[in-house]
Design a protein around this ligand. Sequence first.
Ligand SMILES: Cc1ncc(COP(=O)(O)O)c(C=O)c1O
Length: 421
Amino acid sequence: MERRSFFKSLASAGFTTLLPTGSIGALLASCASANPSEEFDFEKLIDRSGTWSVKYGRATNGEIPMWIADMDFATDPFVKAALSARLDRDVLGYTSTPPEFYDAVAGWLKNYHGYQVDREWVGYAPGVIAGINQAYLTFTNPGDKIIVQPPVYDQFKLYAERLGRIVVDNPMILRDGNYYMDFDGLEQLFDDQTKILVLCNPSNPCGIHWERETLVRLAEICERHGVIVISDEIHADLTLYGVQHVPFCSVSDAAARIGLMFGSPTKSFNIAGLSGTAYCLIPNKELRERYLATLENSKLDEPPIPTLVATIAAYRDDTRWLDALKRYIEGNIQRALDFFSENQMCMEAFKPHTSFLLWIDCRALGLPQDQLMSRFKEGAKLILSNGASYGPGGEGFVRLNLGYPVSVLEEAFARIKQEFA
Ligand SMILES: Cc1ncc(COP(=O)(O)O)c(C=O)c1O
Protein backbone atom coordinates (compact mmCIF):
# COMPACT_ATOMS: atom_id res chain seq x y z
CA MET A 1 0.00 0.00 0.00
CA GLU A 2 1.24 3.45 -0.82
CA ARG A 3 2.13 5.55 2.17
CA ARG A 4 -0.44 8.25 1.37
CA SER A 5 -3.30 5.80 0.99
CA PHE A 6 -2.21 4.15 4.18
CA PHE A 7 -2.71 7.42 6.01
CA LYS A 8 -6.11 7.84 4.38
CA SER A 9 -7.13 4.42 5.56
CA LEU A 10 -5.69 5.16 8.97
CA ALA A 11 -7.84 8.28 9.17
CA SER A 12 -11.02 6.61 7.97
CA ALA A 13 -10.41 3.68 10.28
CA GLY A 14 -10.51 6.22 13.13
CA PHE A 15 -7.01 6.38 14.53
CA THR A 16 -8.74 8.09 17.45
CA THR A 17 -9.33 4.70 18.98
CA LEU A 18 -5.73 5.30 20.06
CA LEU A 19 -4.38 1.89 19.37
CA PRO A 20 -1.48 0.88 21.59
CA THR A 21 1.67 2.49 20.20
CA GLY A 22 3.18 -0.90 19.41
CA SER A 23 0.37 -1.75 17.01
CA ILE A 24 0.54 1.63 15.32
CA GLY A 25 4.28 1.20 14.87
CA ALA A 26 3.76 -2.22 13.39
CA LEU A 27 1.11 -0.95 11.00
CA LEU A 28 3.30 1.90 9.90
CA ALA A 29 6.28 -0.37 9.48
CA SER A 30 4.32 -2.67 7.22
CA CYS A 31 3.27 0.21 4.97
CA ALA A 32 6.28 2.50 4.70
CA SER A 33 9.12 1.89 2.29
CA ALA A 34 12.40 0.64 3.65
CA ASN A 35 14.60 3.58 2.80
CA PRO A 36 13.86 6.65 4.96
CA SER A 37 15.95 9.02 2.85
CA GLU A 38 13.65 8.32 -0.11
CA GLU A 39 10.57 8.51 2.03
CA PHE A 40 10.69 12.00 3.46
CA ASP A 41 11.24 15.23 1.62
CA PHE A 42 13.21 17.78 3.63
CA GLU A 43 14.14 19.72 0.49
CA LYS A 44 10.62 20.96 -0.13
CA LEU A 45 10.07 24.71 0.23
CA ILE A 46 7.03 25.16 2.42
CA ASP A 47 4.87 28.27 2.26
CA ARG A 48 4.13 29.35 5.81
CA SER A 49 2.31 32.53 4.88
CA GLY A 50 -1.08 32.95 6.49
CA THR A 51 -0.24 30.53 9.31
CA TRP A 52 0.46 33.21 11.94
CA SER A 53 4.03 31.96 12.18
CA VAL A 54 5.92 33.82 14.93
CA LYS A 55 9.17 33.31 13.06
CA TYR A 56 7.96 34.86 9.81
CA GLY A 57 6.04 37.59 11.63
CA ARG A 58 9.32 39.42 12.18
CA ALA A 59 10.47 39.13 8.57
CA THR A 60 8.82 42.18 7.09
CA ASN A 61 11.56 43.28 4.74
CA GLY A 62 12.64 40.26 2.76
CA GLU A 63 14.73 38.77 5.55
CA ILE A 64 15.09 35.03 6.06
CA PRO A 65 13.94 34.48 9.66
CA MET A 66 16.48 32.10 11.19
CA TRP A 67 15.86 32.81 14.84
CA ILE A 68 13.12 31.12 16.93
CA ALA A 69 13.53 27.35 17.20
CA ASP A 70 11.04 25.80 14.86
CA MET A 71 11.99 24.20 11.56
CA ASP A 72 10.72 24.80 8.04
CA PHE A 73 10.19 21.06 7.53
CA ALA A 74 6.81 19.33 7.34
CA THR A 75 6.16 17.43 10.52
CA ASP A 76 6.19 13.65 10.59
CA PRO A 77 3.28 12.63 8.28
CA PHE A 78 2.17 10.03 10.78
CA VAL A 79 1.69 12.69 13.47
CA LYS A 80 -0.20 14.89 11.02
CA ALA A 81 -2.43 11.99 9.98
CA ALA A 82 -3.19 11.17 13.59
CA LEU A 83 -4.14 14.78 14.34
CA SER A 84 -6.32 15.04 11.22
CA ALA A 85 -8.06 11.81 12.04
CA ARG A 86 -8.93 13.01 15.50
CA LEU A 87 -10.07 16.45 14.33
CA ASP A 88 -12.24 14.79 11.70
CA ARG A 89 -14.36 13.26 14.43
CA ASP A 90 -17.50 15.30 15.00
CA VAL A 91 -17.24 15.90 18.71
CA LEU A 92 -14.30 17.56 20.42
CA GLY A 93 -15.67 17.29 23.92
CA TYR A 94 -14.00 17.13 27.33
CA THR A 95 -11.33 14.47 27.14
CA SER A 96 -9.55 12.47 29.81
CA THR A 97 -5.85 11.63 29.74
CA PRO A 98 -5.63 7.98 28.62
CA PRO A 99 -3.05 5.53 29.96
CA GLU A 100 -1.56 5.58 26.45
CA PHE A 101 -0.19 9.06 27.08
CA TYR A 102 1.89 7.91 30.04
CA ASP A 103 2.83 4.67 28.26
CA ALA A 104 3.99 6.61 25.20
CA VAL A 105 6.31 8.84 27.24
CA ALA A 106 7.63 6.01 29.41
CA GLY A 107 8.08 3.80 26.34
CA TRP A 108 9.93 6.56 24.51
CA LEU A 109 12.27 7.20 27.40
CA LYS A 110 13.06 3.49 27.55
CA ASN A 111 13.33 2.70 23.85
CA TYR A 112 14.78 5.94 22.50
CA HIS A 113 16.82 7.16 25.47
CA GLY A 114 17.59 3.88 27.20
CA TYR A 115 16.02 5.02 30.47
CA GLN A 116 13.72 2.55 32.18
CA VAL A 117 11.20 4.55 34.19
CA ASP A 118 8.14 3.78 36.22
CA ARG A 119 5.02 4.98 34.41
CA GLU A 120 3.88 6.69 37.62
CA TRP A 121 6.80 9.09 37.41
CA VAL A 122 5.37 10.62 34.24
CA GLY A 123 3.06 13.61 34.46
CA TYR A 124 1.70 16.27 32.19
CA ALA A 125 3.32 19.67 31.67
CA PRO A 126 1.40 22.46 29.94
CA GLY A 127 4.48 23.28 27.84
CA VAL A 128 8.08 23.00 28.96
CA ILE A 129 8.40 26.58 30.14
CA ALA A 130 4.91 26.57 31.63
CA GLY A 131 5.81 23.35 33.46
CA ILE A 132 9.05 24.82 34.75
CA ASN A 133 7.11 27.87 35.93
CA GLN A 134 4.74 25.60 37.84
CA ALA A 135 7.79 24.02 39.46
CA TYR A 136 9.10 27.49 40.39
CA LEU A 137 5.73 28.20 42.02
CA THR A 138 5.73 24.86 43.82
CA PHE A 139 9.24 24.84 45.24
CA THR A 140 10.15 28.51 45.72
CA ASN A 141 8.76 31.69 47.23
CA PRO A 142 9.28 35.23 46.00
CA GLY A 143 12.81 36.28 46.93
CA ASP A 144 14.22 32.74 46.66
CA LYS A 145 17.17 32.10 44.38
CA ILE A 146 17.30 30.07 41.19
CA ILE A 147 20.66 29.29 39.54
CA VAL A 148 21.11 29.20 35.77
CA GLN A 149 24.27 28.48 33.78
CA PRO A 150 24.56 30.92 30.87
CA PRO A 151 24.78 31.22 27.98
CA VAL A 152 21.44 29.46 28.26
CA TYR A 153 17.84 29.60 27.04
CA ASP A 154 16.61 33.02 28.14
CA GLN A 155 13.13 32.08 29.34
CA PHE A 156 14.39 30.30 32.47
CA LYS A 157 15.44 33.68 33.78
CA LEU A 158 12.62 35.71 32.23
CA TYR A 159 9.83 33.88 34.01
CA ALA A 160 11.70 33.35 37.27
CA GLU A 161 12.12 37.11 37.50
CA ARG A 162 8.52 37.78 36.50
CA LEU A 163 7.52 35.57 39.42
CA GLY A 164 9.70 37.61 41.77
CA ARG A 165 12.47 35.03 42.15
CA ILE A 166 16.14 36.04 42.10
CA VAL A 167 18.19 34.55 39.29
CA VAL A 168 21.84 33.85 40.02
CA ASP A 169 24.24 33.19 37.14
CA ASN A 170 26.89 30.51 37.20
CA PRO A 171 28.38 31.17 33.74
CA MET A 172 29.85 28.24 31.86
CA ILE A 173 33.56 28.18 31.17
CA LEU A 174 34.57 28.38 27.51
CA ARG A 175 37.96 26.76 27.01
CA ASP A 176 39.57 25.59 23.75
CA GLY A 177 36.26 25.67 21.91
CA ASN A 178 34.35 23.66 24.52
CA TYR A 179 31.94 24.64 27.28
CA TYR A 180 32.27 23.28 30.82
CA MET A 181 30.20 23.73 33.96
CA ASP A 182 32.01 25.84 36.54
CA PHE A 183 31.68 23.60 39.59
CA ASP A 184 34.05 25.70 41.73
CA GLY A 185 32.00 28.80 40.96
CA LEU A 186 28.81 26.89 41.68
CA GLU A 187 29.95 25.82 45.15
CA GLN A 188 30.34 29.51 46.08
CA LEU A 189 26.79 30.46 45.10
CA PHE A 190 24.60 28.46 47.45
CA ASP A 191 22.93 30.00 50.47
CA ASP A 192 19.74 29.39 52.42
CA GLN A 193 17.65 31.15 49.77
CA THR A 194 18.93 28.97 46.91
CA LYS A 195 16.23 26.44 46.00
CA ILE A 196 16.58 25.42 42.35
CA LEU A 197 19.21 24.99 39.65
CA VAL A 198 17.90 24.93 36.08
CA LEU A 199 19.86 22.70 33.73
CA CYS A 200 19.50 22.82 29.96
CA ASN A 201 20.17 19.22 28.93
CA PRO A 202 21.16 19.25 26.10
CA SER A 203 22.06 22.91 26.06
CA ASN A 204 20.38 25.53 23.95
CA PRO A 205 21.97 27.70 22.48
CA CYS A 206 25.37 25.95 22.60
CA GLY A 207 24.27 22.47 21.46
CA ILE A 208 26.13 20.74 24.28
CA HIS A 209 25.54 17.10 25.05
CA TRP A 210 26.26 16.75 28.78
CA GLU A 211 28.25 13.66 29.76
CA ARG A 212 27.05 11.38 32.52
CA GLU A 213 30.00 12.24 34.84
CA THR A 214 29.18 15.94 34.63
CA LEU A 215 25.56 15.31 35.56
CA VAL A 216 26.50 12.94 38.38
CA ARG A 217 28.73 15.62 39.85
CA LEU A 218 26.06 18.28 39.45
CA ALA A 219 23.48 16.10 41.22
CA GLU A 220 25.86 15.37 44.09
CA ILE A 221 26.65 19.06 44.66
CA CYS A 222 23.02 20.19 44.42
CA GLU A 223 21.75 17.48 46.74
CA ARG A 224 24.46 18.36 49.29
CA HIS A 225 23.14 21.95 49.27
CA GLY A 226 19.46 20.95 49.39
CA VAL A 227 18.78 22.29 45.90
CA ILE A 228 16.38 20.77 43.35
CA VAL A 229 17.50 20.39 39.73
CA ILE A 230 15.04 21.17 36.95
CA SER A 231 16.33 19.59 33.76
CA ASP A 232 14.91 20.98 30.52
CA GLU A 233 15.29 18.11 28.02
CA ILE A 234 13.23 19.54 25.17
CA HIS A 235 16.11 19.11 22.67
CA ALA A 236 17.00 15.58 23.86
CA ASP A 237 15.26 13.70 21.03
CA LEU A 238 17.47 15.55 18.56
CA THR A 239 20.81 14.33 19.89
CA LEU A 240 22.96 13.76 16.79
CA TYR A 241 25.78 11.56 15.43
CA GLY A 242 24.47 8.46 17.18
CA VAL A 243 25.29 9.94 20.59
CA GLN A 244 22.99 8.70 23.33
CA HIS A 245 21.26 11.45 25.31
CA VAL A 246 21.74 11.19 29.09
CA PRO A 247 18.49 11.95 30.97
CA PHE A 248 19.37 13.82 34.17
CA CYS A 249 17.28 11.73 36.56
CA SER A 250 18.90 8.53 35.26
CA VAL A 251 22.47 9.31 36.26
CA SER A 252 22.43 8.52 39.99
CA ASP A 253 20.21 7.97 43.00
CA ALA A 254 20.89 11.56 44.02
CA ALA A 255 19.69 12.82 40.63
CA ALA A 256 16.51 10.75 40.93
CA ARG A 257 15.89 12.18 44.39
CA ILE A 258 16.29 15.85 43.42
CA GLY A 259 15.50 15.91 39.70
CA LEU A 260 12.50 17.08 37.71
CA MET A 261 12.80 16.49 33.95
CA PHE A 262 10.69 18.32 31.38
CA GLY A 263 10.52 17.04 27.82
CA SER A 264 8.35 17.32 24.74
CA PRO A 265 8.05 16.14 21.14
CA THR A 266 7.58 19.75 20.01
CA LYS A 267 11.15 20.39 18.81
CA SER A 268 11.89 16.92 17.49
CA PHE A 269 8.59 16.59 15.57
CA ASN A 270 8.29 20.28 14.72
CA ILE A 271 4.93 20.82 16.37
CA ALA A 272 5.74 23.81 18.61
CA GLY A 273 2.48 25.50 17.62
CA LEU A 274 0.60 22.74 19.46
CA SER A 275 1.37 24.75 22.54
CA GLY A 276 0.99 22.80 25.76
CA THR A 277 2.48 19.58 24.42
CA ALA A 278 4.95 18.47 27.05
CA TYR A 279 5.52 16.06 29.91
CA CYS A 280 7.42 15.93 33.16
CA LEU A 281 9.25 13.05 34.73
CA ILE A 282 9.69 13.18 38.51
CA PRO A 283 10.89 9.97 40.20
CA ASN A 284 10.69 11.42 43.74
CA LYS A 285 7.11 10.86 44.93
CA GLU A 286 6.98 13.83 47.27
CA LEU A 287 8.28 16.27 44.65
CA ARG A 288 5.94 14.77 42.04
CA GLU A 289 2.86 15.06 44.19
CA ARG A 290 3.64 18.65 45.09
CA TYR A 291 4.21 19.63 41.44
CA LEU A 292 1.05 17.83 40.27
CA ALA A 293 -1.00 19.48 43.03
CA THR A 294 0.11 22.93 41.85
CA LEU A 295 -0.87 22.00 38.31
CA GLU A 296 -4.25 20.72 39.43
CA ASN A 297 -4.95 23.75 41.62
CA SER A 298 -4.33 26.00 38.62
CA LYS A 299 -6.49 23.76 36.41
CA LEU A 300 -3.53 23.18 34.13
CA ASP A 301 -3.59 19.41 34.50
CA GLU A 302 -5.74 18.56 31.48
CA PRO A 303 -3.79 18.00 28.25
CA PRO A 304 -5.62 19.34 25.19
CA ILE A 305 -6.69 16.79 22.58
CA PRO A 306 -3.88 17.70 20.09
CA THR A 307 -1.32 17.19 22.85
CA LEU A 308 -2.56 13.72 23.63
CA VAL A 309 -2.80 12.64 20.01
CA ALA A 310 0.51 14.17 18.90
CA THR A 311 2.47 12.81 21.85
CA ILE A 312 1.11 9.29 21.44
CA ALA A 313 1.64 9.35 17.68
CA ALA A 314 5.13 10.88 17.84
CA TYR A 315 6.39 8.62 20.59
CA ARG A 316 5.50 5.40 18.79
CA ASP A 317 7.98 2.63 18.04
CA ASP A 318 8.78 3.70 14.50
CA THR A 319 11.49 6.38 14.45
CA ARG A 320 12.27 6.45 10.75
CA TRP A 321 11.02 9.99 10.19
CA LEU A 322 13.01 11.31 13.16
CA ASP A 323 16.11 9.37 12.12
CA ALA A 324 15.87 10.77 8.59
CA LEU A 325 15.40 14.29 9.98
CA LYS A 326 18.51 13.93 12.10
CA ARG A 327 20.60 12.78 9.14
CA TYR A 328 19.38 15.84 7.22
CA ILE A 329 20.24 18.18 10.11
CA GLU A 330 23.70 16.60 10.37
CA GLY A 331 24.17 17.38 6.67
CA ASN A 332 23.12 20.99 7.24
CA ILE A 333 25.50 21.32 10.18
CA GLN A 334 28.39 20.03 8.06
CA ARG A 335 27.54 22.50 5.30
CA ALA A 336 27.50 25.35 7.79
CA LEU A 337 30.77 24.32 9.44
CA ASP A 338 32.43 24.05 6.02
CA PHE A 339 31.06 27.45 5.03
CA PHE A 340 32.37 29.22 8.13
CA SER A 341 35.77 27.53 8.00
CA GLU A 342 36.28 28.09 4.26
CA ASN A 343 35.31 31.78 4.36
CA GLN A 344 37.45 33.83 6.67
CA MET A 345 34.90 36.25 8.13
CA CYS A 346 36.03 36.44 11.77
CA MET A 347 33.21 34.05 12.72
CA GLU A 348 33.62 30.68 14.34
CA ALA A 349 30.80 28.17 14.50
CA PHE A 350 30.51 25.56 17.27
CA LYS A 351 29.58 22.07 16.14
CA PRO A 352 26.32 21.26 17.98
CA HIS A 353 25.86 17.72 19.27
CA THR A 354 22.16 18.14 19.37
CA SER A 355 19.34 19.98 17.60
CA PHE A 356 19.35 22.35 14.64
CA LEU A 357 20.77 25.50 16.22
CA LEU A 358 24.23 26.79 15.39
CA TRP A 359 26.08 28.91 17.97
CA ILE A 360 28.45 31.31 16.25
CA ASP A 361 31.23 33.31 17.88
CA CYS A 362 31.49 36.68 16.14
CA ARG A 363 33.62 38.41 18.77
CA ALA A 364 36.57 38.71 16.41
CA LEU A 365 34.53 41.17 14.34
CA GLY A 366 34.86 43.58 17.26
CA LEU A 367 31.33 44.94 16.80
CA PRO A 368 29.04 46.08 19.59
CA GLN A 369 26.08 43.66 19.85
CA ASP A 370 23.47 46.01 18.39
CA GLN A 371 25.68 46.68 15.35
CA LEU A 372 26.36 42.97 14.94
CA MET A 373 22.64 42.22 14.91
CA SER A 374 21.86 45.03 12.47
CA ARG A 375 24.66 43.95 10.12
CA PHE A 376 22.89 40.59 9.95
CA LYS A 377 19.38 42.05 9.72
CA GLU A 378 19.75 45.13 7.57
CA GLY A 379 22.94 44.11 5.77
CA ALA A 380 22.62 40.36 5.19
CA LYS A 381 18.82 40.31 5.47
CA LEU A 382 18.86 37.52 8.00
CA ILE A 383 17.13 37.52 11.36
CA LEU A 384 19.20 35.53 13.85
CA SER A 385 18.88 35.12 17.63
CA ASN A 386 20.86 37.64 19.62
CA GLY A 387 23.59 35.89 21.63
CA ALA A 388 23.43 38.53 24.37
CA SER A 389 19.87 37.46 25.22
CA TYR A 390 21.25 34.18 26.57
CA GLY A 391 23.03 35.95 29.43
CA PRO A 392 26.69 36.43 30.39
CA GLY A 393 29.00 34.84 27.84
CA GLY A 394 26.54 35.40 24.99
CA GLU A 395 27.79 38.85 24.01
CA GLY A 396 29.43 38.76 20.58
CA PHE A 397 27.57 35.58 19.58
CA VAL A 398 24.56 34.83 17.40
CA ARG A 399 22.43 31.71 17.03
CA LEU A 400 21.48 30.52 13.56
CA ASN A 401 18.55 28.15 12.94
CA LEU A 402 19.60 25.42 10.48
CA GLY A 403 16.16 23.81 10.22
CA TYR A 404 15.77 24.67 6.53
CA PRO A 405 16.05 23.02 3.13
CA VAL A 406 19.60 23.22 1.78
CA SER A 407 18.56 25.73 -0.88
CA VAL A 408 17.52 28.22 1.83
CA LEU A 409 20.74 27.64 3.75
CA GLU A 410 22.79 28.26 0.61
CA GLU A 411 20.96 31.55 0.12
CA ALA A 412 21.62 32.53 3.74
CA PHE A 413 25.33 31.70 3.38
CA ALA A 414 25.55 33.76 0.19
CA ARG A 415 24.04 36.73 2.04
CA ILE A 416 26.44 36.37 4.97
CA LYS A 417 29.39 36.19 2.59
CA GLN A 418 28.31 39.26 0.72
CA GLU A 419 27.92 41.27 3.93
CA PHE A 420 30.93 40.10 5.90
CA ALA A 421 33.60 38.68 3.56
C1 LIG B 1 15.61 24.87 25.94
C2 LIG B 1 14.19 25.22 25.61
N1 LIG B 1 13.24 25.04 26.53
C3 LIG B 1 11.94 25.34 26.28
C4 LIG B 1 11.57 25.86 25.05
C5 LIG B 1 10.13 26.22 24.82
O1 LIG B 1 9.31 25.15 25.18
P1 LIG B 1 7.74 25.34 25.28
O2 LIG B 1 7.30 25.97 24.01
O3 LIG B 1 7.22 23.95 25.47
O4 LIG B 1 7.51 26.20 26.46
C6 LIG B 1 12.54 26.05 24.06
C7 LIG B 1 12.18 26.63 22.75
O5 LIG B 1 13.00 27.06 21.99
C8 LIG B 1 13.88 25.72 24.35
O6 LIG B 1 14.85 25.86 23.44
